[in-house]
Write a new protein. Structure first.
Length: 73
């Protein structure tokens, strides 16, 4: 499932224009982004950008449940 997002341009009287792309909350939460985190954009081709994180948080720990032995009675 995709999340449509608008690209925004802020035009400044002085200095270069700035472009913004906001992440939908569902994506940011699923990726465990933190405020102020630094990421790097790489151009894969004219239709795809790749976002790279220098530091990736560890995956959630999964706890394996022990199976009960069958009751011999």
């Amino acid at each position: 499932m995709g999340y449509p997002t608008k690209v925004q341009k802020i035009q400044r009287a002085k200095g270069p224009d700035q472009w913004y792309v906001n992440f939908p909350t569902a994506l940011a939460e699923a990726m465990d982004f933190e405020k102020g985190e630094i990421v790097h954009w790489h151009i894969a081709d004219r239709g795809n950008l790749v976002l790279h994180r220098e530091q990736t948080p560890p995956a959630p720990t999964r706890i394996k449940k022990a199976l009960r032995a069958a009751d011999p009675s």
